[in-house]
Design a protein around this ligand. Structure first.
Ligand SMILES: O=C(O)CCC(=O)C(=O)O
Length: 273
């Protein structure tokens, strides 16, 4: 269990209102300095298990593969913040790393998550946990404040397969209201939360420092994944109860497996536990 910051708390009413009006909140304290060291060790350990030719940004499903990653996602103080947005009953269905080594030119293009995700109704909160300090210089996430209000189809995405892009669907710069851009600068051990319709992305890492975020995707239990589009969509109860049972359930990892692909079923990892 990672050591928790003394500053940890619940969302204030102002933060709840900010989430609703601007689509994000940031600088929520979770881990202490010792907790951050443990978190960085976890990142080093899990990333070192990948074959050299596999980019960690192209792997997903760590919450289904690794017990250590799963346990991190069950940190009660993280779930408290999510509960303050989603209410008492919610599941986790995604968990991955967004890593940029020093001077990495890799870029996350402007996008809305909900445009990628076949969820009905579209309702998901992303926790972005800073493993290292992140700021504008090292490619912190940037968001367009309030853009979620335009809804899931509010911006036109086009395909771009350029190799420096971590995702292949992007929103062109001319659709971005530059005055509303906010950099999600975070201290290591802090989290931000963002709405699935919020426009966001990130620039290259122009520093000598590592930049890494762990994302955890949570939705209330009334959200159903379209298995025709995403056959691998499975949920793990994160808090409360799931009386609706709309989705296949992922097993809780019993040991340490390593996802080397973007999409996997939990049973794909069974032999490694
Ligand atoms: O870490 C980043 O730069 C982007 C993260 C992202 O796109 C997401 O969490 O949905």
């Amino acid at each position: 269990m990672y050591q928790i910051s003394d500053e940890v708390r619940r969302l204030t009413n102002n933060e709840k209102q900010q989430y609703s009006e601007q689509g994000y909140v940031k600088n929520l304290p979770v881990f202490s300095n010792d907790g951050v060291s443990e978190l960085q060790e976890l990142f080093e350990e899990l990333s070192s298990r990948l074959p050299p030719d596999v980019d960690i940004n192209k792997t997903n499903m760590w919450h289904k593969a690794s017990k250590k990653f799963y346990d991190l996602c069950r940190t009660p103080q993280i779930l408290d913040y999510v509960e303050d947005i989603l209410g008492p009953n919610f599941v986790q269905w995604g968990g991955q790393f967004f890593y940029k080594e020093p001077h990495s030119g890799s870029v996350v293009p402007w996008h809305q998550d909900a445009q990628y995700w076949p969820l009905e109704p579209a309702n998901a909160v992303t926790v972005w946990l800073a493993v290292y300090d992140c700021d504008e210089e090292n490619g912190a996430m940037k968001v367009v404040s309030g853009s979620h209000k335009k809804g899931v189809n509010g911006f036109k995405h086009h395909k771009n397969d350029a190799s420096h892009l971590v995702l292949d669907q992007e929103v062109s710069e001319d659709q971005i209201d530059k005055d509303k851009i906010v950099y999600m600068e975070l201290k290591a051990g802090e989290i931000s939360l963002h709405n699935d319709a919020l426009l966001h992305g990130s620039d290259a890492n122009n520093s000598n420092r590592k930049r890494c975020g762990i994302t955890m995707r949570f939705s209330p239990t009334n959200v159903k994944g379209d298995l025709n589009e995403w056959p691998f969509f499975e949920t793990q109860l994160a808090r409360g109860e799931d009386t609706l049972k709309l989705n296949p359930i992922a097993q809780i990892p019993r040991g340490e497996a390593t996802p080397i692909k973007r999409f996997c079923f939990s049973k794909d990892f069974e032999n490694e536990w």
